[in-house]
Design a protein around this ligand. Sequence first.
Ligand SMILES: [Zn+2]
Length: 153
Amino acid sequence: MCLICDRIDMIKNGTNPYFVRELETGYVVIGDNQHFYGYSLFLYKNHDKTELFQLDMPERIKFMEEMSIVAEAASRAFGPEKMNYELLGMGDAHLHWHLYPRRKGDIEDYGNKGVGPVWSYPLEKIYADSNRPSEEELKKMKAALKTELDKLI
Ligand SMILES: [Zn+2]
């Protein structure tokens, strides 16, 4: 089973606490861990294709367009210096964008003196339980992101 399909099932059942908003090609969620404050994901609706280039062109363009809108909304909501966009899929092949708001010093001196990708930072720090938002923080973050998304769509 796929973790992302599980999370999407939870969205459909109304039991995913991270869910922000449904778009045409995917679902917007707040990340479980918030070392990079405002970290959000855009999950493609289906698991039938696992490469961007497998989507037919109108669908591919729509998915990219919506991802960039989510990134813009996250940037407005969480005020980073720069957004990072990643579509990886070695852990979960299900198409999903990681949208990372970045700020100077957020990976300390790791990764080419602090300017590298988020993955330069030790995973145990990224995924530390202390980085999980409280229920109250999560509520605020979801509202902030949804407000900005609603303005852009
Ligand atoms: Zn899946």
